[in-house]
Every structure is written in C-alpha cells, then in structure tokens.
Design a protein around this ligand. Structure first.
Ligand SMILES: [Zn+2]
Length: 1149
C-alpha cells in the first residue's frame, strides 16, 4: 500500500541518528524493533508486532518517562507508531497502536502534525466496511478522533473528504440507545459541525432532527451526553439552512420550554452548561429573521426576560443572563426612530450640487419617501449560505501599495498666474517695513468689532466699524436662552439697576434686546450656595442672574464681546439665542477628573430597562417635550412634570426629546445639514429639574460602533447656578454610562447601503444639585465659531511692538461666514537689509484645525498654540524669530456654527476634499490648498504642516504622518532599496513631543499612508505640496492611559497645554534642522532625540480601536466564533465592521 510510513521513512525523518532519547532506553529499543518490522515484516509476523506494541503500551502506561521519550522533540516514536498503524491490517494491532496514541493525549499536536488525522480517518472508513464493524474499534477511533479534532484546523475538511462524516452519522443513528458509543461519536460530530460546509451536509442528512431527538424531553439521565449533543446542535444551527430547518420543525417553542424546564429544575445550578447550550441554540436560530419571528411568537422575550431576572442575584449565572440579553436584543422588534425624516431638520440651498455623491442622492430622493425605515430588515434573501471554508486572512487592504502613489510627487496644481492672487496673504515675504501698514484692515472688514470694549479694540477698529455694520445681523439676540425662563421671574424694576451696578463700567445701557433679557433673567429659588457679591442682593428669595467675574481667570473671555460676535455669525437656523456656557466662559476646574470606572453589569441593566419597554408597555409615557420638526415652537410647554430641553444656539443640535418614563428621556440628534446622518456630537440645554432625583438620558441615534464612553469617558455638564456662584465651568458628569447597539432601525440609506443596521445608544444618568438650574450637556468642551472670533479679537490685545500679527480673511464660507487666516512671527530686529532678509526667509509653519466640527478639542489645542505664540515668554519670542506661522484656526466654521458633527454645509466631509476641492462648495479647503500651492511655487513650502483633530475612540494625543518606508513595511509589497531611501525627519517632531508633552504618546503614532485617507490634508500636503513633515495631530476626547495624566480624563487645560507644547517642540525642531547645513542632521537627530539612524520599530498600523474588550457585547450582531471557549469569554469579541462603513464614520480625522 502507498503509505505515509514509506514517505516518512524515505524522508529520512526517522533515521537513527536523530533519535535523541538515550539509546539504552527500553522503549527506544522496542520502537526500533517495531520500526524494523514495518512493511512486509509486520504483515508476516503479526504476533510479534502485537507483542512489541503491547510492551510499548505497557511502558507508556506505567512509566511517565517512557511517554515523554516517545514524544520528545527529535524522537521518531510517533512516526513509528503511525507507520505501524497504517501498514497493519490487523484490528488488534490497530487497537493497540490507537491505545498508545490515546495515552499520549497531551501531545496530540505532534500526532496531528505528522498526519495522524488522515490515517485515523482512513482506518475508520475501511473498518466501517466490515460487517458488522467492530464496536470496540469504533469506540476507540472516535474517542481518539474526539481528542484529535480540536487540535487539527483541517479536521472538518479531512473528515468530509475521507467519507468519515457518513460513518459517524450512521453509527449515531444505529446506536441512539448505546450511550457508551454514542458519546464519543457525538463528540466527534461536534467537531465536524464546526465546519460550515459539513454543517449543511449534516443538516441534509437529518442530523439536526436527530439532535433534537437526543436533547428532548427534559431529563437528567445522561447529562454529559446531553451537553455534547447540545454543543453539536449549536454548531449545526450556525448554518442558516439548519436554523430554518429548526424553525420549520417547530423547535423554537420546544427549546424555550426545555430551557424553562431546566431553569426550574436546576435549582442548585449544576447544569449551567446545558442551560447555556440551549441558549446558544436559540441564539443561533435567531440569527435568521424567521427564527426571530418564531422566538417572538413563542413568547420568547417574556420567558428569557423573566428567567434572566430570576438569575440576576446569582453571579455565576451571568453567562446565561448575558446570552439571554443578547438574544432579546436581537429579537427586540426594530423600532422606528421617532422622526419624520432622517434628513437634517434644516436645509441649506447649495449653489450647485455635484452630480454624484451623497448630497445629490439626498436631493434626488423623491418627496414622501420614508427614509427613516426601509425594508432592509424584511428580506430573508441575503441569508444565503456561503459554501466555502472561509480561511479569512485578515489583510488590511487600506494600506497604499502603489509605489507611484507612495512617492511624493509635487503636483504643479493650478498655474502660477492663478495662484499669484494669494500673494496678498504673504505680505511678510515681501515686506520692507518702509511704510507703516495697518494689517488689520482685511481682518476687520470681515469681523464685527462694533461694541467691543476695553483693551481689545485697537485704535484702528473704531475707524473701520462702519464697514462692518452692514454685515451686522439685525435679528434679536437673546442672552441667555429664553426657554429656561420661568414666567414668574419676569422683569422687576430693580433688575435694571442691578445690571448697571454689576456692569458698572457701562455709561449707557446696551441694546434693549440684549440687556432686557439679561437683566430679567433670574435663576429662581435662590439656593444658599449661589452667593452673590453684589450689594443689591435681594436675599434668599431669588438671586438675580449675575455674570460671574471671570476677567482674572479668563483674560481672553469677554461676555459682551461674545454677544457682539454672535451677531455677526450666520447660522442656517438663524439662531437668536446664546448658550450660557459660551457667554460666561469656562474656567477649567482645578480638581482631577479620573476615568469613570465601569460598574459591573451596567450595560445589562440598561438593556433590561430597554426591554421592559416591550414587556411593560403601559409604563411608558412617550411624551414629546422638544421637537425641532415643529419649527414654530420646538419647546413643548407642559405643567412642569417634565424637563425642558433646548438647543437652539450655536453648535446645538438636539432634534427631539421624548420623556419615556418619569425620569428617563430619549434624545434624538439632528443630522449634519444637507445630510441624513453623522450624529455623535451633542450640545443641549436642560432645565426644570428636580434636585436629588436621578435622571436617565439616552441619546438614541449615535452611529459609531464603539465609543470611549465605554472606557471611562463622561459627558460634560455646565451648571448656570454653579457659574453664577463663581464656578463657571464644564465638569465631567454622569454615572451608569455605557454605549451599545440599540433597537432603533437605521435605514440602508443612512447606513451607506448596508441593510439591517441599528443605531447605538449613549446612556448616562445624573442628579442635579440645584433647584431651578439651567444645565448644559455636551459631548466635549464646546468651542463655537463666535468663541473663536472673540479669542482672535482678544489676541490683538496681546500684540507687542515685537510681534508681527496679521489677521486676514482667507475666504467666505458657503454660509456667509469668514474664514480667518493668521500670520504670526516676530517683527524684524531693525529695518536693516540683513534683518529684513532674516525676517522674510524664516521657514514657514502651517497649522489648521477644526475641519471636523464635532472635534472641539482641536480648537482648544489651537487656542493653546495661539496664546503661546502671542505670549511674552522667551521661548515664544525665540519661536516667533525662528518661524513665520500661517494658521487657519477653523477650517469649517459653518459646520461648527450649525452643530454638525463632521460635515460642512455641502453635506460632505471637508477632510476628504483635498485632492480636488471645489471653489464654490469647499471654499476653505480650496483656498487653504491654494495658499500651500502658492508657497510651493515660490519654493517656500512649509517646514511643517499640521492639521489638529480629535479622536473619539483612542486615548492620548498622537500624530499620523506619511512614510514610504513604514507603509511598505506594513503592506509587504516588494520594493527596491531606492524606494525605501527616506529621510527620517518625519519622526523628529512626534518624538520631541513624546518627550515634552505629557499627553502625547509615540506608541499611538502611525506613519502609514492609507488609501482611504488619500484625499485628506495630511496626505495631499505631503504628496502634492511635498511637505515631508505633514501631520494630523489627534487629541483624545477621553483622556490618557500613559504619562503624567494616566487615568485622568482630558480637560481644556491639558488640551491648551498640548497646543503650547507643540510650539515648544517646533523650537527644538528648529535647533535640529538648523544644523541641516552641517550634513549630519540625521546622526544628530538620532543622538539628541534617541532615534536610531534607521527606524528600529516602525509604528504599528492600528485601524480600529485598541481598547481591550469586555464582557458585555456592544453590538449583539457581532457573533463570537469560539463556541468552545469558556462561556465567560463569549461576549468578548468586538465589532468588526466593513471598512467602507468604518471609513465613513471614522473620526481618525
Ligand atoms: Zn477629525
């Protein structure tokens, strides 16, 4: 017979010299004897062979040492036994060999790697042809196979191809009463079934029905058999055809009844695994729609809800509760998101719509079409079987592998004649300082400075104020928001005086619209803690609203100036209100805000509360208290039994608030303008709360598949009562926070064509500590466009004769707002030629931020950068002398103003437009890119380009850069060494940052060029403008897990510090690059900053979040594949979504 042994022997693997066991060992001698008998001799002398084998078996059984010798590395013992197995035709000998192998159980891996599985199947099929087959041999073989199976990845395929599948099935069918033989057969079947092709074929052969026969009815007679049968059935039911079979056979009610039986009769919880096995069957059946339907019809929700509730007190039953919860979440009937359309409540008419793309789709949608739900969950069709053994090699296909694209090729871009107009933004490059020029002209034309007071107004501003008055909005501005006012606190005669006394410096009252409202605002009730210093304090009966005196704490904040700025800000909804936090300002708290520890089982209890909506529908109020789709009156008045909501102010985006239960609210966020999705950011106002009551809030239409809210991040809250008590600040708030997939259906229109998707819920609970307070909740520290304008105006006040600061208007946005461009450097030391030459020739640094409106942290980092650059420190002075800074602090003003999360008014992600920005639709990107193209043309491309972003799924601050070498390393494409010749300068800046900025983490940086990012600022500036140090800097929304801030949530202080440290790092970079002429830069860099001249460990490319998984599955559709794992691990798997989708929602910038 052609055989393995021959091959093995010819392959020389069992030649004597390789035997490493001591040659005098008895077992080695016996093996040697057996080896010499292999082939002809064995057939001739079965008796001797048997004797030898028996001796070997005896030795293995009695001496542990012998077993080790047979199996030890380098020993050929296993080959000899295998060879004997294969050659022999004698049942008894086989039996003995199998016994030997069985006894070597712990080294089954060796057996598998030597081809043992195939030999066993061969013996099995040939033995099955004997009539009747030897029961003893079958038992032995299956026992051994059951051990081999889990060690052999190809076990299922080998079984099918050898015909062993059918042998085992017919054995099972013929031995249903023979538990001794049945058990190992079922154990083997369990392994067979894990292969999807096998599962289908087994199902066709009636094995699903067979298993149901074995597991029912309830009996504790043979529980180990039952357990194995359930495991096999569970594996079989992963196949959708089999699941359908189970539904058709009415097994869903039967399984539920059986589960109930076990639940009731297993009082001491000794049969957890059987109960769990039953749930796994239900879980797999409910993967298909028919299964979910059958589950609901069989009252599965109530059964699992009740049993789970009864299990709750026993911690060891958690796996049952978690699997039950998973099934219930899946079967929970999909609800409609309670909005008429998912299109933004506001629409902005674009000058034109590109023929393809999301906006065109949105516009072309016929009226009356329901886009909130579609039939995407109604079709069973897509549940076809995939008839392949999927060995998915998870290759990341997003890495750029086209070498041509990996080599930065400066693209000429627009012709220089066109770019010449941008010269006016670079006056410093031609400045001769012979005439005094007022650089504020451009800036002031676009800004509205009228009304700004004090040191902030430069002498020139007054003369220019008339030019801005035309742009000034005539609509009334209400400060603060009106809805929070309770009617009984209307104007009193005293209030005007109080106002004047507080704002004593005013000689004339501000405009009545503005003042009238502020003066009449009272925050009633007068908690004793809101002490006011005003002489006119009326006592405990209700303090008049005061503006906290934050001038010292917040030198760059001015409430009046802020209101003036709001007047010049154009929003699509024409906001007429100002939110208190933006008006009062935010003073970072001095206490630490550690990550919130996740309470055990928090998500489960929240989900159970959600399920109760279905179980106890009468408890649900479903009362709409705020609805932006009623434009005339979104705030719905009521008798005071509900909270009041509002977000009709800059960056606000609440669309609807529904009181679900007495102290629980569902909140729906508005889509980005001209879009039907992108919601994650939120900013809203709440009032009318009761003190000491815990409220639960659920934001029910979040889109990202995971969030740092699951890893210690809290929401931000701002209390007006606290503010007027001298603590104007956002604080991290909320308990019982978690983020999970919910039961609100997401139509395929909103899910990028993917069907059957759901939204995610962010839930948090909070208790309010002041009566009649007005509180705000936000995703992250708000930073509005009007705030930016106020800060820029205040920056003027920091100007000294040594600082060259110019504020230009780069362009106007679609929404009619201006996009500021700042130039900061040092004035030349003198008018001498040398000094002017040095001034003009300073390298440029180009910075931008806030292309994504929801990433407000980027603005706080930018604020830190700007204030540092305008500062008086010697470092700042050196920095200004070293570089010319060109800064676009807000690339997407319209998005910020209108409360968008990601897009501009064009309904598009502006950071995907850099390759080919449209001047009309993406003006800020078009003109920013043009500035860079102009610089490239005049050979003055910036030394560093950095775009500030925020990251919602990672901790720390880190950078993304572009490196050919590191991309090639990650992608395995073959490249010549010249392709890999690369200056390592791109690593210097992040390396410096990791040394000086506590929040910065080098380990999180990546320098891989991804295809999905080829139209981002970073990649385009690197590739087309030729800036080697082109970066995205990502700041966490959550906090740090390394460095000085480890374990803490990030605050504005840390973000601003990051912005300042970025500047310090640039100064260090200057020292290093200043030595470029010395030709030893690389060596020097590596000496100084500890980078070797070749990168020893390239940064790893991590596409998804890198948080450890936890017990509770965020997404119930993410099924775990490791059925054999410990039950506790079952829910550990994280979501793996399709990359397109990820890209769409990724905030990785
Ligand atoms: Zn971003």
């Amino acid at each position: 017979a052609e055989c393995y042994c021959a091959k093995i022997i010819r392959g020389g693997r069992i030649s004597a010299p390789e035997m490493k066991v001591p040659s005098n060992s008895r077992i080695v001698m016996l093996l040697g004897q057996l080896e010499r008998m292999n082939g002809e001799a064995m057939v001739r002398d079965v008796e001797t062979a048997r004797q030898v084998t028996t001796k070997i078996l005896h030795l293995i059984q009695t001496q542990e040492k012998s077993g080790k010798e047979v199996m030890s590395k380098g020993s050929s013992g296993m080959e000899v036994i295998l060879a004997s197995l294969e050659v022999s035709s004698q049942t008894t000998l086989e039996f003995l060999c199998i016994s030997i192998v069985t006894d070597l159980g712990r080294r089954m891996g060796v057996f598998v790697s030597k081809g043992g599985t195939g030999i066993l199947f061969q013996i099995l099929t040939s033995a099955s042809k004997e009539l009747p087959p030897s029961e003893e041999l079958m038992l032995q073989l299956h026992s051994l196979l059951a051990k081999v199976g889990p060690k052999d990845r190809k076990f299922g395929v080998k079984a099918r191809l050898s015909g062993a599948l059918n042998v085992t099935i017919s054995l099972i069918k013929q031995n249903l009463q023979n538990a001794k033989l049945l058990l190992p057969c079922l154990q083997v079947l369990r392994v067979y079934s894990a292969n999807s092709v096998n599962a289908i074929s087994l199902g066709k052969n009636g094995v699903v029905e067979l298993m149901f026969k074995i597991i029912a009815p309830y009996s504790k007679k043979n529980t180990s058999l039952l357990k194995v049968a359930l495991d096999a059935l569970g594996a079989l039911l992963k196949s959708k055809t089999n699941a359908r079979r189970a539904v058709d056979g009415s097994h869903v009610p039967a399984l539920l009844a059986l589960y109930l039986d076990w639940h009731r009769n297993d009082a001491r919880h000794r049969h957890m695994l059987i109960r769990k096995g039953l749930l796994v069957c239900l879980r797999n059946i409910t993967n298909i729609k028919l299964g979910r339907k059958a589950f609901i019809e069989a009252d599965g929700m109530r059964i699992l809800y009740n049993t789970s509730t009864e299990c709750l007190p026993v911690r060891t039953l958690d796996p049952l509760i978690n699997t039950s919860s998973l099934i219930m979440r899946k079967c929970f009937p999909k609800n409609r998101l309670p909005v008429p359309t998912i299109k933004s409540a506001f629409h902005y008419q674009l000058p034109h719509v590109l023929p393809v793309g999301p906006v065109a789709q949105l516009y072309s949608q016929p009226p009356g079409v329901d886009d909130v739900v579609d039939d995407s969950d109604d079709n069973e069709e897509t549940e076809a079987e995939t008839d392949t053994d999927n060995e998915e090699d998870e290759k990341n296909d997003d890495i750029e592998t086209d070498l041509n694209k990996l080599h930065p090729t400066k693209s000429p871009g627009r012709p220089f004649e066109e770019l010449r107009v941008y010269e006016r933004f670079f006056l410093e490059l031609s400045e001769d300082f012979q005439v005094t020029v007022n650089y504020n002209i451009l800036f002031l034309q676009g800004y509205n400075f009228e009304g700004s007071k004090g040191a902030s107004s430069t002498p020139s501003s007054g003369s220019l104020s008339s030019s801005s008055s035309s742009a000034r909005s005539t609509r009334p501005i209400i400060v603060p928001t009106a809805q929070a006012l309770s009617p009984k606190h209307m104007a009193t005669p005293a209030s005007q005086e109080i106002w004047n006394s507080i704002k004593g410096q005013h000689t004339q009252p501000p405009s009545p619209l503005l003042l009238g409202d502020i003066a009449t605002r009272r925050v009633g009730g007068g908690g004793s803690d809101c002490g006011s210093e005003g002489a006119e304090d009326e006592g405990g009966e209700g303090a008049v609203l005061e503006v906290p005196d934050t001038a010292l704490l917040l030198p760059l904040h001015d409430p009046d100036l802020y209101v003036e700025m709001v007047k010049g800000t154009r929003s699509v909804p024409q906001y007429a209100e100002v939110a208190y936090p933006d008006y009062f300002g935010h003073v970072a708290p001095t206490f630490k805000e550690p990550h919130l520890e996740r309470v055990y089982g928090v998500q489960r209890s929240k989900i159970f509360q959600d399920i109760e909506r279905l179980i106890h529908p009468n408890d649900i109020l479903d009362k709409v208290v705020y609805d932006l789709d009623i434009p005339s009156c979104p705030v719905i008045e009521d008798s005071g039994e509900s909270l009041k909501f509002n977000s009709q102010f800059e960056s606000g985006n609440l669309r609807k608030a529904i009181q679900v239960r007495k102290y629980e609210y569902d909140l729906v966020l508005n889509s980005d303008i001209n879009s039907n999705h992108y919601h994650q950011w939120f900013y809203l106002e709440v009032s009318g709360m009761r003190v000491g009551t815990t409220y639960r809030f659920n934001i029910i239409n979040c889109e990202k598949s995971n969030s740092q809210f699951n890893y210690g991040m809290q929401v931000l809250m701002y209390s007006v009562q606290e503010a007027i008590s001298g603590r104007p600040r956002w604080v991290r708030t909320g308990t019982d926070i978690c983020y999970y997939k919910n039961h609100f259906a997401r139509s395929s229109i909103a899910a990028g064509g993917q069907k059957g998707k759901s939204y995610f819920t962010l839930t948090f609970s909070t208790t309010f500590s002041h009566k009649d307070d007005v509180c705000y909740f936000a995703y992250h520290y708000p930073y509005t466009y009007s705030t930016l304008k106020m800060h820029l105006a205040k920056l003027e006040a920091l100007r000294t004769p040594h600082i060259y600061l110019r504020q230009d208007v780069l362009c106007e946005t679609l929404g009619g707002n201006i996009c500021p461009l700042l130039t900061i450097t040092a004035m030349p030391e003198s008018n001498s030629n040398d000094h002017i030459c040095q001034f003009r020739n300073r390298p440029l640094i180009f910075l931008s931020a806030r292309v994504h409106p929801g990433e407000t942290n980027a603005s706080w980092v930018m604020k830190g950068t700007l204030e540092f650059l305008m500062g008086t420190s010697p470092l700042a002075a050196s920095l200004r002398e070293a570089y010319i800074f060109k800064i676009v602090p807000m690339l997407n003003p319209d998005g910020v103003i209108n409360g968008n999360h990601r897009c501009s008014l064009s309904g598009e992600d502006l950071n995907r437009q850099w390759q080919n920005p449209n001047p009309e639709l993406h003006p800020t990107i078009y003109h920013t890119k043009s500035l860079l193209q102009y610089l490239a043309h005049i050979q003055r491309a910036p030394l560093v380009f950095c775009d500030y972003h925020g990251h919602s799924r990672k901790k720390n601050v880190f950078m993304y850069g572009c490196s050919v070498k590191e991309t090639v390393w990650q992608s395995n494409i073959s490249a010549t060494s010249s392709d890999l010749h690369e200056d390592l300068g791109y690593r210097t800046l992040p390396k410096i940052l990791s040394q000086i900025a506590p929040a910065f983490s080098m380990a999180s940086c990546s320098f891989v060029v991804e295809r999905s990012k080829e139209a981002t600022a970073r990649v385009v500036v690197w590739r087309e403008i030729g800036v080697q140090r082109s970066y995205t800097m990502e700041s966490t929304l959550c906090g740090c897990d390394q460095g000085k801030y480890k374990g803490l949530q990030i605050g504005t202080r840390e973000l601003e510090e990051m912005g300042a440290q970025f500047c310090v790092a640039l100064l260090r970079l200057k020292r290093l690059t200043g030595l470029r002429n010395h030709q030893h830069l690389l060596d020097l860099e590596s000496d100084i900053i500890g980078t070797q001249s070749k990168v020893v460990s390239p940064t790893t490319y991590v596409m998804e979040e890198d948080e450890p998984s936890f017990l509770e599955a965020i997404d119930y559709s993410a099924e775990s594949d490791n059925e054999d794992a410990e039950p506790e691990n079952e829910h550990g798997n994280n979501v793996h979504e399709n990359p397109d989708h990820l890209d769409q929602l990724s905030d990785s910038y």
